[in-house]
Design a protein around this ligand. Structure first.
Ligand SMILES: C[S@@+](CC[C@H](N)C(=O)[O-])C[C@H]1O[C@@H](n2cnc3c(N)ncnc32)[C@H](O)[C@@H]1O
Length: 243
């Protein structure tokens, strides 16, 4: 099911989660409560502000205290791959302008927001984590853009009719990469433009993805990840990615 941000917070599908996110967020930032979310500029993409964790490990612990076992709050960090890809999209708006865009593994919604700011006709952000969906909607509202969200796992398909598929840091474990890479190959085969942001975690098959540009990585706002020096924007080059 698709839901659209841009509506008042209380009307959103994930309104309870959204209310919790917003209740915990502060702007200007608090300093006393280190497990809070705060509205922060993204280091490589200062045009975009997001609700981000001051300390994502503490945030995770607090959310689990409230809700029981949860996935790590990946949505509360702008990952290096997402930052690089969002930067690239904003600097090359012709890639998305007037086109239907899917941001796969969207997390905070950073790349989707960049695509919307760059003039995409329609942007859908997809993530299988319900907390990410709530964060995407809150972040889209905060940045004044309209983004649809989808919480289904789309990786068995080929990206439907999206003309551009963007994916920041979607190759972060072997298991996830094994789902993402065949999807990316199928999307490319049907003619979609596919762009990945990847900091070189070792799951991007050499020879199958071409580097478009490489950035010096910015420091993470909240360090779930070891700092990586460089992050590249990649595009698939071979049909060999298909399953
Ligand atoms: C490392 S985070 C990257 C988030 C964001 N793109 C960024 O760069 O900041 C990866 C995200 O992929 C999501 N994810 C994992 N498997 C997925 C799947 N099969 N479909 C959609 N999202 C998935 C996770 O929930 C997480 O939010």
């Amino acid at each position: 099911m698709k839901t659209y941000s841009g509506a008042p917070y209380a009307a959103a599908t994930h309104s309870a989660l959204q209310r919790r996110l917003l209740r915990n967020a502060s702007f200007p930032p608090r300093t006393a409560q280190q497990d809070a979310l705060k509205m922060s500029a993204v280091p490589m993409v200062p045009e975009v502000h997001l609700f981000l964790a001051e300390d994502s490990v503490l945030l995770w612990a607090r959310l689990e205290t409230e809700d029981g076992p949860l996935s790590a709050p990946y949505w509360a960090t702008p990952w290096p791959g997402g930052q690089a890809l969002a930067r690239y999209v904003l600097d090359n708006p012709e890639l998305v302008a007037g086109r239907r865009v899917l941001d796969l593994a969207s997390g905070s919604g950073l790349v989707a927001i960049a695509a919307a700011l760059a003039g995409a006709a329609e942007v859908t952000a997809n993530d299988t984590d319900g907390y990410a969906i709530a964060a995407i909607q809150a972040n889209a509202n905060a940045n004044g853009v309209l983004i649809a969200t989808v919480a289904d796992d789309l990786t068995d398909g080929d990206g439907e009719d999206y003309e551009v598929i963007l994916a920041g840091d979607c190759l972060y474990t072997a298991e996830v990469a094994a789902k993402m890479l065949p999807f990316i190959g199928r999307a490319m085969q049907r003619g979609a433009t596919v762009l990945l942001g990847d900091p070189g975690r070792g799951y991007a098959p050499p020879g199958l993805l071409r580097t478009l540009t490489t950035y010096e990585s910015a420091p993470l706002v909240s360090g779930e990840d070891g700092q990586r020096d460089q992050t590249s924007v990649l595009t698939p080059v071979a049909v060999a990615l298909t399953s």
